[in-house]
Design a protein around this ligand. Sequence first.
Ligand code: DGY
Length: 328
Amino acid sequence: MSNKPKILVARAIFPEALAKLQESFEVRSNQTDQIFTPAELQKELSSVVGALVAGSERIDASALSGAQGLKVVANISVGYNNFDVPAMSAAGVMATNTPDVLTDTTADFGFALLMATARRITESEHWIRAGKWDQWSIVNNPLGMDLHHSTIGIIGMGRIGQGIAKRALGFGMKVIYHNRSRLAEVDEKACSATYVSKEDLLRNADHVVLVLPYTTENHHTIGAKEIALMKSTATLVNIARGGIVDDFALAQALKTRKIFAAGLDVFEGEPTVNPELLKLSNVVLAPHIASATEKTRRAMVDLAIKNLHAALDGKKPPSLINAELFKV
Ligand code: DGY
C-alpha cells in the first residue's frame, strides 16, 4: 500500500499531467471521463485529501458530507458556479480556479463566435453541404450584419470582457459595457469603453456579448423582457454560463426574428440543448469550447495542479477562491 496522499482526478486529463501527479500522490483517476453521479462523487471524495474537478462536478454540502480528510478542490475552469463556496469554507475545504491562463483564448473565441453569428458562417457552410450554391444571388445569399464600425455591448467586463473589447477596437467598433461595478478610469480608457445601464446597452448595441459569471442573482439576466429591448438587427452571444440566458425565450425570439441571430457556447442544463434552439438556422451552437485550445487547456490543468500542490503543502494556492481559509 502506498503512503502517498490520495487524490481524485475526476475528469480525464493529459496523460503527462497525470503521470506527474502520480509521482507525488496516489491518484484515483477517471481517464474514461464517465461523469460521476452525485453519489459516486460523494464516495470518491470521502477517501481523498485533494481533488481536481471540472464544471461537471457539483461540490456542495452533500458532496462533502463524508469528506473528512479533504483539504482542497481545484477546479479546471475559471468559472466556479459548480462550487458552493460557503459550504466548502464551512467544511474547511479550499476552493481554487484557473483565472488568467485562459483569458486571451476565451476572448478570441468570443470574437470568433460573434463573427460566425453576425456573418452566418455555419449557415453558409450548411448551404454548401446541402448543394445550394447554385442559389447564389446578390440579394438572396446568407446576408449578415457588419461588425466593423458597429456598437458592441459587453455585459460582464472582467478580464475576458475587456479582452473582447480590445479585439473590437481593432474592428473600429464602439464599445459600451455594463458590469456589476464600473471599471477604473484607466481600464475603461484601455478598452475605449463607455459604461451604460443594462437597458441602454440592450437598446443601443448591434451585438451583445455576455461574459458575466453565473450567480443566482443573474439567473436569466437575458429573458423575453430584455430581448424585447434589443434591435431586431442585433445579435446575442453567450460565452458566460448557461442560465444567464433564458434559452426558451431566446429560441422564441429567434424564431420570430425579434433579434437577428445568436451564438451560444453555453446552455441551460448543458450538455442538453433546448430542442427549440436545435431547430433554428439563425443560431450558432458550440459545445462549451471557449477555452479549448491545447495550449490553454494544458495551462489550466497545470494551474489546477499547482493549486492542489500548494494547498496540500500548506502554502497559499495561487488562485484560492475562499481566501479566508488560508491563515498564515
Ligand atoms: C471556464 O473556465 O469557466 C470555461 O467556461 C471553461 O471552458
